[in-house]
Design a protein around this ligand. Structure first.
Ligand SMILES: *Cc1c(COP(=O)(O)O)cnc(C)c1O
Length: 247
């Protein structure tokens, strides 16, 4: 589905806590890399000998920049102080770390504002142990903003602007997560978007936009087992004077 539209895929293992068995299965397919949001999961998969490139799906914390430089091929980034630290650590390890600069497209989670993207890209080019592999977006996460054709076009236009003004070519324009499944089905032409990062759709066979199962996928790959410690009927409303709860 993805390859026929010119899109490379980073399957995401954070939903299975970086399970080595599942990572091995994924790595046997034609994938770009394996993605996880926990550095510790990536290190475990690598140490278990999973043969793939690895993408840290978030900015490393300052305290993780050394580990990310040493162990991870690609990371998603949006903060200059972290990028500078990652550059220093990569230099220490004699490595070049690949950066995907995240762009805020409306979900108000991570990413630089679109008008700042060019400046950030320019700053990354000055850091010799980093390589600007591309840009990306992450929608339908914090506020449920959909990755529409318009949003994907906006990401492509930002990529084009950066490439033209800085005379560079980027290899990855990463459109988003499983919420992009619907867009991928509907679009005849994904434009410049050429990469997705997907966990939920692969693991559960579901389309996050409709919350429905995708036909042709298995929907029962996982069974959640837990011990029940209390089971009773109770009134729905609390009883008593109400103050802050633990949440
Ligand atoms: C978790 C995550 C993904 C994958 O999300 P799914 O909804 O499971 O596909 C993609 N990108 C980022 C930045 C993530 O944190």
């Amino acid at each position: 589905q993805t390859h026929s539209k010119g899109i490379s895929l980073t399957p995401v293992t954070k939903g299975v806590c970086g399970s080595v068995e599942i990572a091995r299965m994924l790595a046997a397919h034609k994938i770009h890399s394996i993605g996880d949001s926990h550095l510790s999961n990536i290190i475990r998969m690598k140490e278990a000998g999973v043969l793939a490139k690895f993408m840290l799906l978030r900015s490393p914390m300052m305290s993780e920049t050394e580990g990310a430089a040493a162990k991870v091929d690609f990371s998603l980034n949006s903060e200059l102080s972290i990028l500078r630290a990652l550059n220093e650590q990569s230099a220490r390890y004699g490595k070049t770390h690949a950066i995907i600069l995240m762009i805020e497209l409306g979900d108000r989670r991570e990413g630089v504002m679109p008008e700042d993207a060019l400046n950030y890209a320019h700053e990354i080019l000055k850091l010799n142990s980093l390589r600007l592999a591309g840009i990306g977006a992450n929608l339908t996460c914090l506020n449920g903003v959909k990755p529409t054709a318009e949003k994907m076009g906006q990401l492509g236009a930002i990529a084009q602007d950066i490439e033209a003004k800085l005379s560079i070519q980027m290899e990855i324009i990463s459109g988003g997560n499983s919420a992009n499944w619907q867009w991928l089905q509907e679009t005849a032409n994904p434009g410049l978007v050429n990469h997705l990062r997907m966990g939920e759709t692969i693991l559960f066979g579901s389309n996050p936009i409709t919350q429905a199962g995708i036909s042709g996928f298995k929907h029962d790959a996982f069974t959640l087992l837990a011990e029940v410690i209390e089971s009773k009927r109770k009134p729905a409303q609390p009883d008593g004077e109400v103050t802050f709860s633990a949440f």
